[in-house]
Design a protein around this ligand. Sequence first.
Ligand code: ADP
Ligand code: ZN
Ligand code: ZN
Length: 815
Amino acid sequence: MSQYFIDVILPVPIQKTFTYSINKSEANFIKKGMRVAVSFGKNKIYTALVFAIHNTPPTVYEAKEIYQILDQHPIVNELQLQHWQWISDYYMCSLGEVYRAALPAAFLLESETVIYKHKNFKDEDTLTDDEFLIFEALQHQSHLTIQQVVDILEKKKVFRVIDELLKKSAIYVEEKIYETYKPKLVKYVKLNSAYHKDEALQELLKTVSRAQKQKEVILSYFQLKASKKPIKAKDLQAQSNASSAVLKALVDKNIFEFYYLQTDRIQYQGNTKSLKALTTFQEEAFATIKESFQQKDVTLLHGVTGSGKTEVYVKLIQEVIDMGKQILFLLPEIALTTQIISRLQNYFGNYISVFHSKYSIHERVEVWNNLLANKPKAQIILGTRSAVFLPFSNLGLIIIDEEHETSYKQFKPSPRYNARDAAIVLGGMQKAKTLLGSATPSVESYFNATQQKYGFATLTRRFGGVQLPKIELIDIKEKHRKKLMTNHFSDTMLQLINEALLEKEQVILFQNRRGFSPVVECTTCGTSPQCPNCDVSLTYHKFKKELKCHYCNYQRAMVNTCNACGSNTIDTKGFGTEQIESELNELFPDYTIGRMDLDTTRGKYGYQKIIEAFEAQEIDILVGTQMLSKGLDFKNVSLVGVLNADTLLNFPDFRAHERAYQLMVQVSGRAGRVKKQGKVAIQTYNPYHTILQQVSTTNYIEMYQQQLQDRWQYHYPPYYRLIKITLKHRNYITVTTGVDWLAKALQNVFKENALGPSEPSISRIRNQYLKNMVIKIEPKQSLEKTKTELKKIRNTFQAIKEFKSIQFIIDVDAY
Ligand code: ADP
Ligand code: ZN
Ligand code: ZN
C-alpha cells in the first residue's frame, strides 16, 4: 500500500520545505500551488503552499496530517514556483520568505484560537472570579475568541486564565481559520417574476398609483431596463430620485427583489484613443528594438529625457496585446504610476491592472485572481517591484522603465532581490522579451549592452525637437565669499526663480535629504574626507567622534580643520526639504509652495494629490527629494534647481558618482519638456568636479567610461560581484566576537576578497548592533561555488552555541 505525502512551503523563515502526510483521496485532489492549512511548531496553524506531491516519507521526523485543503484550484502556477526557486537560490533566502513576499497578505489565512464550554462541567465553585466570568459568558454565546476574552476580563494577559480553565476541563479550544479577502458585492435590483406578465403589471401600477414615489421608481426601472443591462440599486435610486427607504418598501412588498453580484474594485471607465504616430526617430528606435528581439531576449533603450520612450513602449505593447499575450510594465516607484496609468489607460482602457503596495489587500487579490484566470483586464500589469511575483502564464513582453533606479532593489526584509534582474530571469522562463528603458542607464546594463549580451537602441532627441535643458553650475563657495547667499539660495538661483514665476511657469527645486546626514562636509570648500582605499566618503560616527569607511573599516579621528582648504568649517549637519520650503514661503509669499517627500506622500493618494495639484498649476514651486526626479512629465516647468549637488557626490557608496549623475540628469529632464528649452541651475562648492561637468553637458558616455575604469581599478561591479553579510545582535560583545570568527572563516576561503569586519554608519538600530562583511567575487570565480562555501560557513557559524542568537543576513548584489 502506498503512502502519500506533500512538501509544502511555510511562511516562516526555515530553510527547507516541510513534509505532511495526506490520504489517497486528498492525493487525488491536491495539486501543486494549492494552499493547505497545516499545524507547525507549537500548535499554530499556517497557510502552506503545496510544492511537491510524492510517496516518500520524511526520514528525520514523522509526517503530520494536514489540517484542511483551502483551494479548489492552484492559486500559484508552476512557472511561478520555478521563478521563486530561482529567487531563493540566487538571493540565498528560503522559499518561505519568497512565498511571504509574493502572496497578497489576504491569501495567507490566519488562524485564531476559539474557546468552547464543556457541556458536562458542573464544578463552578472551583472557578476563580476571572474564570467564572469567562464560563458565564459561554452560557450566553457558543464560543469566544481570545480578543473577546481580553475584552471581558479587561486585561491583556489572559492565557493563564484560559490555561486554568483547560486544566479544570471547563472549556476546550479549537483553531479556527478564516479568510481575510472579501469580494466586493454590488447590490442589484430586479422586478419580481410575478409581474413579468402584462396584466399583472397593469394591476401593479394601479395599486401603487396613489403612492407617487413608488410609482416613479417602477417607471424608472423600465427606463433603465431599456439598456438590457443589470440594474444597480444605486442607479435606480438616482434615476427615480427616491430614497433607499422607498426602494426597500417595494422590496418588502415583494414587488422588487435585491440580488448581489461580485465586482472588481478597480475599473476603468472612459474611452480609449488611438496610438500617437511615432516620429521618425521613434520609428527607428522601434525598428531597432524589434530587430534586436529577433536575436536577444533583453534590449536596452537609451533615450534622453522627453524623447518619448513611453510612446515606443506603447507601440510594442499594442503588438503583444494583438498576439494575445501578457505584458508586465515595471516602474520603480508608486509616485510614477499615477501619470503612466492614465497615459496607458488612454490607449488600452480596461486591459490594464495596477499592482503595488498602496493598493488594498482586496484590490491586490483581485489583480492576482484576474491574472490567474488569464482575463483580458489583467493583460497588462503595471506595477512596482513586487509585481514580478504575480501568476503570469503567458508573458510576451516585460518593460522595465527607469531601469537604473535603485528602488528596484529590496533591502529589507528578505528576499533582498532586485526586481529588474528578477524580471529578466522571469522573461527568460516565460520566453518573453524584456526592454530596459532609461535616459541614464545603470553602468551594469550599459556594460551588458556593450558586451552584446543585451541588444541596444537609442533616442537622442526630445520629442518636438525641443532642446535638452541648459544647465548652469553656480559656485556657492564664491557666492558665500561675496555675501550673495540668502539662506540656502544664491542670488542667481533667486533671479532664475523670479523670472520663471513672472512668466507664469513652474519651478522644481531638488534637495536630496530630509534630515541629518552622517557625511561630513566643509562649508567653505565642500570637500568631504575620503577613504584612501575605497574611493568613498567617510561617514561620521557621532558617538565615538570618528570618521569611518563603510567598506573596509578604515578609521580616523574626526577632524576639526578641513584637509583641503584649512578652514575650520567642518559641518555635520545637512538641511532638508522642510527647511527649504519654509525659506521659500518667506522669500515668495505671493506664490504657492508645495513639498513632495516621504513625509508628505503618506496614504494611498498622497502622491497623486501633489502631482495632480502641480499638473493643475495650483502649486508654483515644488520642493522635493529624489522622488520627483523619476520620469514625471509636466508641461509647464521651465526651471529646475538643485540646491546642493555636493551631498550627492559625497555619498558613501561606490556608486555615488553614477547615482549623482543619474539623479541630476533625471531631475533636469523635468524642465522644458514640450514647449521651449528649459533651464537647470545647480548650486555647488565644486563646479569643476568631473561629474558636474559631465552633467552640465549631459555626457553619459564620458561618465560611463570613467566609472567603468574606477570599477575595474577598485574591484566593483560590473566586474566584481558583491555579497554583503550583516550580523545583528543586542549585545555588542557577542556580535563582535561573532564577526571576528566570521571574518577569519571567510578570509580563510576568500583571502583578500573578504573585506571587513566593518560597522555601518548607523551601527545600532533598535537596540541591535550591526557588523558587516563584504565578499567580492572575481570575474572568473564561480558564483555558485562561492555561495556553497558561504552556506557552509554560515551553517558552521550557526552551530556554534554562543552565536545561535545572532541574526545572519546575506545580501547578494548588495547595491
Ligand atoms: P520620456 O519617457 O522619454 O521622458 P515621454 O514619453 O514622457 O518621454 O514623452 C515626452 C512628451 O512628449 C510627452 O508629453 C509625450 O506625450 C510627448 N510625445 C512623445 N512622443 C510623441 C509622439 N510621437 N506624438 C505626440 N506626442 C509625443
Ligand atoms: Zn575646506
Ligand atoms: Zn575603505
